[in-house]
Design a protein around this ligand. Structure first.
Ligand SMILES: NC(=O)c1ccc[n+]([C@@H]2O[C@H](COP(=O)([O-])OP(=O)(O)OC[C@H]3O[C@@H](n4cnc5c(N)ncnc54)[C@H](OP(=O)(O)O)[C@@H]3O)[C@@H](O)[C@H]2O)c1
Length: 189
């Protein structure tokens, strides 16, 4: 078995109920919930975060993360960009070029649990190329009405297998899907 078959790319995003991942002005207070779901669980996600081997980000998500306060710790992070961006942290590498090559040749040999954490542009590119193995979508109890759409028009239809649903005390719901496909990663190389 090649290392490419052992790695998993998970697209993880927080979405509003009406499918937006960011407000037009980029403020993030919509992610604060005052709602309570009594049957929900409380979990700080530490165990999941601990299991992540590397993060992949689009450059706009990277720039916003720097502004907000770096949430990825020292975990290796690859920022996809065509620009020459200043290096800010030792854990950050920049990548420009073919995304299939990024996953199959750069990431898969080094990392097992790869988390693509946005934004919409990069997530849609990965989906279009069939590079996403799992989707973990955290749905916030709010409709935003406008903003940056999560999925937009990726141009491909794909069936997904529901792996888990978790309702949280703060009324967020996590939907966790795995790709349903006969095609293996090796077919795509
Ligand atoms: N709710 C959430 O979970 C969540 C998660 C992440 C981000 N966000 C929000 O989403 C917004 C940013 O998302 P976004 O969709 O505007 O941008 P993005 O996907 O973060 O970044 C887009 C940029 O990534 C680079 N890029 C993307 N695909 C590429 C490719 N195939 N080849 C080379 N470079 C590529 C380009 O960078 P260059 O222009 O530098 O070449 C492009 O301009 C921010 O507001 C952020 O806060 C929300």
């Amino acid at each position: 078995m090649s290392s490419a078959t052992r790695s998993t790319v998970t697209l993880h995003l927080v979405s509003s109920l009406d499918g937006f991942i960011a407000r037009k002005d980029n403020t993030v207070s919509w992610m604060d919930s005052s709602d309570v779901y009594e049957k929900g669980i409380t979990d700080d996600g530490a165990e999941v975060i601990e299991s992540i081997d590397c993060y992949v980000l689009g450059s706009r998500t990277y720039e916003h993360a720097l502004e907000l306060g770096w949430p990825y710790g020292d975990t290796p992070t690859i920022v996809v960009t065509n620009r020459k961006l200043p290096s800010t942290r030792r854990s950050v590498e920049f990548y420009s070029g073919d995304l299939k090559r990024l996953v199959n040749d750069v990431l898969a040999p080094r990392y097992r649990n790869i988390w693509l954490v946005g934004g919409a542009v990069l997530g849609q590119s990965f989906l279009r190329l069939g590079l996403v193995d799992e989707i973990r979508l955290m749905v916030a109890p709010v409709t935003l009405g406008s903003g940056l759409l999560l999925f937009g028009d990726s141009g491909i239809e794909q069936k997904w297998h529901l792996k888990n649903v978790v309702g949280y005390k703060n009324a967020f719901v996590e939907l966790w899907y795995g790709r349903q496909s006969k095609e293996s990663k090796e077919d795509r190389i």
